[in-house]
Ligand binder design. Structure first.
Ligand code: C2O
Ligand code: CU
Ligand code: CU
Length: 515
């Protein structure tokens, strides 16, 4: 892409005109905003590598307040992602995905992150109801251990830490599938791409009492796309093979970087052997920019339905059956699938209906044995409190669009590039507000601190994938989505942003203050 194209788009203006234009570049993926970066390495055969499940983080003790204490070291490591090849990664504890945190509602944990990477980092717990000082403000940098000098801070406000930082997570929230990932201002996309992401699961008694599939029949699935250079390293625009440099997003790639290899839990197109029984899949789209339309295809038969039991922020009131699930980056869908409907020997392929190429496959399940199963999906899952904005509730509009001027060309919210020092909105804790998200192209909108509920999509009822407590909502081109949001407990400064990470890095983020 070049200035000419941007100028052209700028002249055209108008959400509808923008939405109708295909992206240029090496490839286009239907349904995602972004461009495909082609891998150099001949791509591996799908469905050969067994699905790994990330190890569970172990506490190292308790702190003075009685909270479980964990330590995580962020470091460079080698991973075998493509069979027989080495991929250098940036990893939490040197692995990708990072270790999974298993936590319980109301039981706080403290995670001490140590940065042994060559670049500053910020950790955010996505979906966490977290006080501002632990949330991962994009300028609360943890500087590399032993190399704290020389990192410019753009002259803006943030809390610098030398080498280590503690994050306190109260886990005082509904059970749900959360995830933690890198969040440094301007550098989130390339750092997450290189491996800085992991699961954080909150459980509670309500959920434990339900007869849902559990233990090895409960699988967290982190889905993301990557491209690879000929030497097996991750390819990302402007990323040379050196680990010292972590470039920001190049202007030409501000639409979004799409890989041509789909990884699940860090390996390409894995296969998993399952019992003929129900399984709970915690689906997470951890891609920088790619959206998926996930379906479970069965040779010679109809697709296997996915029964949604939860969304970003925990259990739904009642299950919802889907033939396919559209998931944008940052979103989670908690689903139960019933392999007992199929004969032993059946191969069930999770496909992505939004891509006709290699990114059209995600992973495979092989039904290998009959098994007993006393799990089921109850008709009623959880008490669900609908957020009802009172008459006269504050209303705010956030417009997500291409824009900016001069050096700040990129993506904007209400015409402004991310400014940590200026609040777009001061919100009273405990008050329900109505927020309207308006888009030009695709923007998955994410809000920190508290989950929200979708009230309307384009003036009509919420869409098929909007149920429950959401913290990220897939706003498609030229759409208008209204949500009810209520912040609680923690006064401070938080962000809302587009979860297309290239858009986020290109300034599509806003500061909000809770007061
Ligand atoms: Cu998953 Cu502010 O991000
Ligand atoms: Cu978040
Ligand atoms: Cu966006």
């Amino acid at each position: 892409m070049n200035l000419t194209r941007r100028g052209f788009l700028g002249l055209l203006g108008g959400a509808a005109a923008l939405a109708a234009l295909p992206a240029c570049g090496s490839g286009v993926a239907v349904g995602s905003t972004g461009e495909v970066l082609a891998s150099a390495w001949p791509l591996p055969e799908p469905f050969r590598v067994p699905l790994p499940v990330p190890p569970v983080a172990r506490p190292v003790g308790t702190d003075a307040s009685g909270a479980q204490l964990y330590r995580v070291t962020q470091r460079v490591a080698d991973a075998e992602i493509l069979p027989g090849m080495r991929t250098p990664i940036l990893g939490y504890d040197g692995i990708f995905p990072g270790p999974t945190f298993e936590t319980r509602r109301g039981q706080p944990v403290v995670v001490r992150h140590r940065n042994e990477l060559p670049v500053p980092t910020v950790v955010h717990l996505h979906g966490g109801h977290t006080p501002a000082e632990s949330d991962g403000w994009p300028l609360d940098l943890v500087l590399p251990v032993g190399d704290t000098a020389g990192w410019s801070h753009h002259g803006m406000v943030g809390d610098l830490a030398a080498g280590e930082r503690e994050h306190r997570y109260p886990n005082d929230q509904r059970a749900g599938t959360l995830w933690y990932h890198e969040h440094r201002m301007d550098f989130t996309g390339p750092a997450v791409y290189r491996g800085l992401a992991g699961f954080h699961i909150v459980r509670d008694d309500v959920e434990d009492a339900l007869p849902l599939p559990r233990d090895r029949r409960e699988l967290p699935l982190m889905i993301c796309d990557r491209s690879f250079a000929a030497d097996g390293s991750f390819a990302y625009p402007g990323l040379d093979q050196g680990m010292r440099t972590l470039p920001g997003v190049e202007d030409d790639w501000m639409e979004g970087v799409l890989g041509d290899v789909v990884l699940v839990n860090g390996v390409p197109w894995p296969v998993h052997e399952v019992d003929a029984a129900r399984y709970r899949l915690r689906l997470l789209n951890a891609s920088n920019a790619r959206r998926y339309r996930l379906a479970l295809t069965v040779p010679g038969g109809p697709d296997l339905p996915m029964v949604q039991i939860g969304s970003d922020g925990g259990l739904l009131a009642a299950p919802v059956e889907h033939d396919a699930i559209e998931i944008s980056s940052g979103e989670r869908f908690d689903v139960v699938v019933d392999f007992s409907l199929l004969p032993v020997g059946t191969e069930v392929t999770m496909v992505n209906g939004l891509d006709a190429g290699r990114a059209g496959d995600v992973m495979r399940f092989r039904v290998v044995r009959k098994a007993t199963d006393d799990s089921r999906v109850p008709e009623r899952l959880a008490e669900f409190e609908p957020l009802v904005p009172p008459p006269g509730a504050p209303q705010r509009v956030f417009r997500f669009a291409r824009g900016g001027v001069g050096d700040h060309r990129g993506w904007t919210i209400n015409g402004t590039s991310f400014d940590p020092d200026t609040s777009l909105a001061d919100i009273r804790l405990g008050e329900t507000e109505v927020w309207r998200f308006v888009t030009d192209v695709h923007h998955p909108v994410h809000v920190h601190l508290d989950a929200f509920q979708v009230l309307r999509r384009n003036g009509r009822d919420p869409g098929e994938y909007d149920a429950g407590w959401k913290d990220t909502v897939d706003v498609r081109p030229a759409e208008v989505v209204d949500v009810a949001v209520r912040f609680s407990d923690y006064a401070g400064r938080f962000v809302l942003h587009c979860h297309n990470l290239e858009h986020e890095d290109m300034a599509m983020m806003g500061t909000v203050r809770t007061v």
